[in-house]
Design a protein around this ligand. Structure first.
Ligand SMILES: NC(=O)NCCC(=O)O
Length: 361
């Protein structure tokens, strides 16, 4: 299962590839980022892919460049889904800790994990009881404690999408944001819940009740649009209106639904809203037994990043754990906004009136 990017790269000659890259990715040479030898060695040892790219912004006279590195991790579960929950979670922690260490050695400053990264995506089974111990508090839950330590150690902002259990025992599909000192700074709850095929998350939790928060971190203004929310243009819009410079889209999605949209939606959102988007999807096959019936789901990875000028990185592979490192200059957001001015021409007032009329005829 090679990625689309590799299939093309391996079949075109040098000149054809340059032309393809220019139109498809937005740059002739893909701006590959030189990574350390130790990074490559660790990725071989740990059996995960590592790739690095950079996006370039113009040099400005008055503003200094605002360059930083992002890290996206896509991964499979480690143990079969019938193993004890604590063992399943611990095995994932162990694998992720190693990848975060490599990201830190490459000076990654903001890192995001995939949707409900601590567990198999059992939310497709319709079952609740036997999985309930995966749900955890956003503050001081096992995964927040685990990542806080790493965030502090590496001075890294970490976005941790988990299955949250709140003080009243209710579940939420939540992304926790931890700052570079290891402190919890807030959370976002998935706004749009899928009801498509075997995805029926409304039986587990309610749609998010926290709006569209943007977290003003030491390294940049960030937001999280969780998985299915990427199909909703207004969800993307609101993060932009609230000032996001980078919007992460942690996901858990399978080829049966919208693999054709995967490369389009977050990319369009980056262009329309003058921010960077980071799309992360899990990999691997997860098996469940429901009344002795076997259910198998395979996730297609392909995590990638888009810049506000529409340039994108190639995707990570479809079937391997991976770390995508992207160097970018946040000044690009304003540069593209000034060039294209979509915010100035958006006519939000007209749409606000039309929407109000539609909702309350
Ligand atoms: N996790 C999730 O919301 N999946 C729904 C299917 C999709 O939007 O790709």
């Amino acid at each position: 299962m090679d990625s689309l990017d590799n299939i093309i790269k391996n079949r075109l000659n040098k000149d054809q590839l340059k032309q393809f890259n220019k139109i498809y990715y937005g740059t002739e040479d893909n701006c590959e980022l030189e990574l350390k030898e130790s990074t490559k060695a660790e990725s071989v040892k740990g059996n995960f892919e590592v790739a690095g790219y950079s996006f370039i912004a113009k040099k400005e006279e008055l503003r200094k460049p605002n360059v930083l590195r992002l890290g996206l991790i896509q991964h499979s579960i480690v143990l079969p889904t019938d193993k004890p929950i604590s063992e399943q979670r611990q095995a994932i922690f162990k694998k992720i800790e190693k990848i975060i260490e490599v990201a830190a050695s490459e000076d990654v400053r903001i890192l995001c994990l995939q949707e409900t990264w601590t567990m198999p995506f059992f939310l497709c089974t319709g079952e609740k009881e036997k999985w309930e111990e995966f749900a955890e508090p956003a503050i001081n839950g096992p995964s927040t404690l685990f990542l806080s330590k790493l965030a502090k150690q590496y001075e890294m902002v970490i976005i941790s999408p988990i299955l949250e259990r709140d003080e009243d025992g209710k579940w939420w599909n939540t992304a926790v944001v931890i700052d570079e000192k290891g402190d919890y700074i807030g959370k976002h709850r998935k706004n749009h819940l899928p009801s498509v095929g075997s995805y029926s998350e409304t039986s587990y939790y309610a749609p998010g009740n926290l709006g569209h928060p943007v977290f003003d971190t030491k390294y940049g203004k960030i937001a999280v649009n969780i998985c299915y929310g990427r199909h909703h243009a207004l969800n993307w819009l609101m993060f932009g209106l609230n000032g996001a410079q980078i919007v992460f889209n942690p996901a858990a999605t399978i080829a049966e639904f919208g693999e054709t949209f995967w490369g389009i939606e977050a990319r369009t959102a980056a262009i329309a809203n003058h921010y960077f988007t980071c799309s992360i999807n899990r990999v691997g096959t997860e098996e469940y037994f429901i009344n002795k019936d076997k259910k198998v789901r395979t996730y297609y990875g392909s995590s990638y990043v888009t810049a506000p000028n529409g340039c994108r990185t190639p995707g990570l592979s479809k079937d391997r754990d991976g770390l995508l490192i992207v160097e970018l200059d946040l000044n690009l957001c304003r540069q593209v906004r000034d060039q294209w001015g979509f915010n100035m021409t958006s006519r939000l007032d007209v749409y606000a009136k039309s929407i109000e009329k539609k909702l309350c005829p």
